[in-house]
Design a protein around this ligand. Structure first.
Ligand code: ASP
Length: 336
């Protein structure tokens, strides 16, 4: 294959365990302590095989642990990816490296704000490149491979780790250390970046995303502030009232089970909601829908469907860039 005939993949690096440098080969827990990272060029040097199937244009967008990633970084990253597709109509796709701690949040934000059907694929690693049995190199290779594959287009932003390709909306980190941590517990994964080098799909997400999204971050410098209030036995209204008094723009309640919470918690929610704060009810069960029950409808809440609290927060932040109308925000919760 000549270089001209290979798909051009932009590789945008942000840091994470996939780039962290530990002190020893058995350091799986303290490697972020020194704050030392490989650059994206050093990461690529470890997998020269990628040049067999893609022309890679690498850039170091950030080099942070993903616990340091903020909504301001999401805005910058979405704008950068939109710019790449604008500047280079021949770009095949974009691969993003990221820490796993907030990977699903960044991926879902991009799913709602990248204005292209072309593949955008996010990866990370559970073991740093310096660790024995690291997944860093293979995940980087898979990410570039999936971003280069035409069959990845039109499926929204994807993640790939452990050879499994997942939809940004549905994927979540389910385990603190295992390689198979990224799962979509309600629906399963979409396809494989497989051992025979094939990128194969079996399903595509149905909810709106990317080119069909109504959200546009181009002129936005700061997102509305939305926080999450978690419910548990005995939870009262302290956190909810503190957040409302601090002036947040919206609130997601991570409710129990089907979304309900202890009475003092619900009473505070009703109080802040009646005072005009948009409140979305989600569940922290990890799977299943929160439905528009009689109580939630009468009390004027928005429900998160089966978005996790963290994903509902992202969608509410973007929704609030367009409207405060609760019916409109509810429509958005059921659209994306
Ligand atoms: N601390 C890392 C991060 O950047 C963890 C990881 O990448 O897995 O999120």
């Amino acid at each position: 294959m000549t270089s001209e005939s290979k798909p051009r993949v932009y590789l945008v690096a942000t840091g994470g365990s996939i780039s962290f440098v530990g002190r020893t080969r058995t350091d799986y827990t303290n490697y972020s302590y020194d704050g030392k990272h490989l650059t994206i060029e050093e990461m690529l040097e470890r997998v020269p095989e990628v040049h067999e199937f893609a022309e890679v244009q690498a850039e170091q967008f950030l080099n942070l642990g993903s616990t340091d990633v903020t909504p301001e970084h999401w805005l910058g990253l979405a704008k950068r990816i939109n710019q790449i597709f604008k500047d280079d109509p021949d770009a095949a796709g974009v691969a993003v490296t990221h820490g796993t701690a907030t990977l699903e949040e960044t991926a879902y934000f991009l799913n709602l704000t990248v204005k292209s059907c072309k593949p955008v694929v996010v990866t990370g690693a559970m073991r740093p490149p310096t660790g024995l049995g690291t997944d860093s190199d293979v995940n980087l290779m898979d990410c570039i491979r999936v971003a280069a594959a035409p069959q990845s287009a039109g499926r929204g932003v994807l993640t790939v780790l452990n050879n499994q390709i997942q939809a940004a909306r549905d994927v979540t980190k389910t385990n603190s250390y295992r390689l198979e941590t990224f799962q979509a517990p309600d629906f399963g994964f979409l396809g494989y970046a497989d051992s025979d080098a094939e990128v194969v799909y079996y399903r595509r997400p149905d909810r709106a995303h990317t080119a069909d999204s109504e959200f546009d971050v181009e002129g936005i410098e700061q997102l509305p502030r939305v926080d999450i209030a978690p419910a548990y036995a005995g939870a009262d209204g302290l956190v909810i009232r503190a957040l409302a008094n601090a002036g947040v723009d919206g609130l997601v309640a991570a409710g129990l089970g089907s979304g309900g919470s202890p009475p003092p918690f619900m009473a505070a929610l009703k109080e802040v909601s009646d005072a005009g704060l948009p409140v979305v009810i989600a569940t922290h069960t990890g799977t299943g829908r929160v439905m528009l029950t009689r109580r939630f409808t009468e009390d004027g809440y928005i429900v998160a469907d089966n978005l996790t609290p963290k994903k509902a927060r992202i969608l509410l932040m973007l929704a609030l860039t367009k409207t405060k109308d609760r019916a409109e925000i509810q429509r958005m919760m059921l659209t994306y």
